[in-house]
Design a protein around this ligand. Structure first.
Ligand SMILES: Nc1ncnc2c1ncn2[C@@H]1O[C@H](COP(=O)(O)OP(=O)(O)OP(=O)(O)O)[C@@H](O)[C@H]1O
Ligand SMILES: Nc1ccn([C@@H]2O[C@H](COP(=O)(O)O)[C@@H](O)[C@H]2O)c(=O)n1
Ligand code: SF4
Length: 612
């Protein structure tokens, strides 16, 4: 990716005029924001989103949400990672509030308010990625962070004249910069066309806890209850004012950070941004007609060079540069599958006998057939299990209900647990949360063994939803208990966000929303999505009953019509695969390497070498 030079940006508000110059080679833009009768102040934009060599477009990310949700912390880090400028609009409202407090302006008096506003000049300066606020030329960045200013800011911000004053400055910044802008009305009012909008939230208790910890660290005496009350009052004022109230934009993605670390929240946003940028780029590319295979292969090479690109696989290009095969780095066994398969082979090596697996150890027929040849039997259900009188039972990577553990032990059998640790973590969560009285909601497929296993760790019946209609039904059921939402580890990430958005219409403050889609799945889906975006054909390899492979197929099909789902090379009709352009290969988490290697080798041979 392009790196952004340390930002040193100054913008001023009031009688501003904006000019733009292209500074050629550096691909930098210089924007002068002039106040009448005053020297011009430069705004330099560093990295702009590159479409392809020689072309740039700017990209905005809007983050809104209640106080203390983590907007500034997360937005600042994400901006740093993406090379964007972080714009904290709350600081602008705080600066105006500070003036009103210090000059004892009665903001309820319209004349006094307008007079004061005409005497205020707001300056925004960026140094080393930090936003500094200037009030009539004086740096007030430190003074705007008091509780008194926070409260006054939400009162002042409700005034239309105040919002009007800041609107142009905020829009102007986004016009010339790649920005992540946070506030309350960014997605709904300031940047309604932003290609990525996020509504960041957390329970008011959690937000109060964070503020409390922050203040304690600074050595300030405070009470958690008091902070929570202040936060809730501020949220109430922000959400119920007539002018640009805080609300989630219809097209914003909801991100609840209650149970996320800062790093996790940042990663989510960076991933969402990468996907949204690719979308924007593709649309723009199509508009400008970047169609030739050579141009797209070059484009793919450029993407792969970017440090933070999900495209970390291998690329082979034909001599004439018109055809390429890309093999995803994330294709094949994930950590959990490796671990489960190795566990069974270790038992075989140790000479344990007889060995059974509870369900197929992974969803891959070839692997299961090989284990069968080594004498490993498969038990399909609890009835079959009750017939086993001796030996070892290995629990599959997908996990099983708690009662199955008890049954194995009760029958005096040796239990080897190959449940993936990521799935185990979900078992612990639902066990604890259901005991605390939460209604467990599992986003996934009710008939998938992993979901059946998770259900078997809840102390009261869980609800499973997998479609928007089911999510809507849940909302309409008017359920009273607080919700704890988890996901099947291999669920489609975008679909998960969509369903969470629907469910949280219910009561997002009390709910615990836990995205338990595992990293391996997320990486695989992100890479498949990225390559399918630019590819002319996609080949996805995996077992027919493998849920994660099926998700990859769905993701690829959305991006690339010519997506082929194969279990082995024998299923692939290479005559259907185009001989020009990019062929992408991805594979599910349970697909053995030798199968992937075979498909990749044959594709290269046919597409790259046999070209006339
Ligand atoms: N995901 C997270 N997990 C844990 N702590 C977090 C997380 N995000 C932010 N925090 C902490 O919560 C505190 C509040 O975050 P921050 O100031 O970024 O919130 P904000 O949404 O910008 O609030 P405000 O709108 O009031 O300015 C900070 O101390 C931050 O480190
Ligand atoms: N776009 C925005 C941003 C902020 N506000 C108001 O300012 C207050 C302080 O904001 P912080 O993000 O620094 O906490 C906030 O409570 C809002 O009232 C706004 O209205 N619109
Ligand atoms: S896909 Fe994720 S959760 Fe499933 S086995 Fe692999 S690592 Fe574990």
């Amino acid at each position: 990716m392009l790196t952004r030079t340390p930002a040193d940006i100054t913008c001023r508000l009031r009688g501003q005029r904006v000019e733009q110059q292209d500074l050629g080679q550096q691909r930098m833009q210089r924007v002068k924001v002039k106040k009448q009768n005053e020297r011009s102040v430069p705004v330099q934009t560093g990295r702009q989103y590159r479409l392809s060599e020689g072309e740039v477009m700017s990209f905005s990310i809007a983050i809104d949400g209640p106080a203390g949700a983590g907007k500034s912390t997360v937005a600042r880090c994400a901006a740093q990672k993406l090379g964007f400028v972080y714009v904290d609009t709350g600081a602008m409202y705080r600066t105006i509030a500070l003036y009103m407090l210090e000059h004892k302006v009665d903001v309820e008096n319209q004349n006094a308010l307008e007079k004061a506003l005409s005497q205020i000049e707001i300056g925004v300066r960026y140094q080393d990625g930090m936003q500094q606020m200037l009030l009539n030329g004086v740096d007030v960045s430190g003074r705007i962070r008091t509780q008194e200013v926070s409260d006054q800011a939400s009162v002042t911000a409700a005034k239309p004249a105040v919002r009007e004053k800041l609107l142009n400055l905020q829009r102007e910044l986004a016009r010339h910069e790649n920005v992540i802008m946070d506030g309350r009305d960014i997605g709904t009012r300031i940047l309604p066309d932003a290609p990525l909008k996020i509504f960041l939230t957390a329970s008011s208790r959690e937000r109060a806890r964070r503020r409390y910890a922050e203040l304690q660290q600074k050595g300030e005496v405070c009470s958690l209850e008091e902070i929570q009350r202040e936060i809730e009052e501020r949220d109430d004022r922000d959400s119920h004012r007539a002018e640009a109230p805080l609300r989630q934009a219809d097209d914003a993605i909801l991100l609840d950070t209650s149970d996320l670390s800062v790093e996790e929240a940042v990663d989510r946003i960076v991933n969402l941004a990468e996907t949204a940028m690719r979308d924007a780029k593709r649309k723009e590319g199509a508009r400008r007609g970047i169609h030739s295979p050579e141009a797209r292969i070059q484009e793919l090479k450029n993407l792969m060079l970017r440090e933070d690109s999900p495209l970390k696989g291998q690329l082979w290009v034909s001599d004439d540069g018109k055809a390429a095969v890309y093999l995803a780095a994330s294709a094949g066994f994930c950590f959990g599958v490796h671990r489960a398969v190795d566990t069974v082979y270790d038992q075989i090596k140790e000479g344990q006998t007889p060995i059974c697996t509870y369900g197929p150890i992974i969803h891959n027929e070839m692997v299961v057939a090989d284990l069968k040849q080594h004498g490993v039997m498969e038990i399909d259900d609890e009835v079959q299990l009750s017939g086993i009188t001796e030996g070892t039972v290995v629990i599959r990577s997908h996990g099983v209900p708690q009662r199955v553990y008890e049954q194995i032990k009760g029958q005096g059998l040796k239990l080897i647990d190959a449940t993936c640790p990521y799935v185990k973590k979900i078992h612990q969560i639902v066990k604890e949360k259901s005991a605390e009285g939460f209604q467990i909601v599992i986003i996934g497929n009710a008939h998938h063994p992993e979901v059946e296993g998770i259900m078997g760790w809840c102390s009261s019946p869980a609800i499973v939803i997998g479609t928007e209609e089911e999510a809507q039904k849940l909302v309409e059921s008017g359920i009273q208990k607080p919700l704890c939402v988890v996901s099947q580890t291999t669920f489609n990430l975008k679909k998960f966000h969509k369903l969470v958005e629907i469910i949280t219409q219910l009561r997002y403050h009390e709910s615990a929303i836990l995205n338990t889609i595992c990293n391996a799945t997320e990486e695989r889906q992100t890479e498949a999505d990225a390559i399918a975006h630019i590819a002319d054909a996609m080949i996805v390899i995996g077992g027919r009953n493998s849920s994660n492979t099926q998700k990859l197929v769905d993701i690829c099909r959305k991006e690339c019509e010519s997506t082929f789902f194969v279990q082995t090379f024998d299923d692939l009709n290479l005559r259907l695969v185009p001989s020009r352009g990019i062929v992408g290969i991805s594979a599910g988490a349970s697909t053995p390497n030798n199968i992937i290697e075979e498909v990749s080798k044959q594709c290269r041979k046919t597409i790259l070498l046999n070209r006339c």
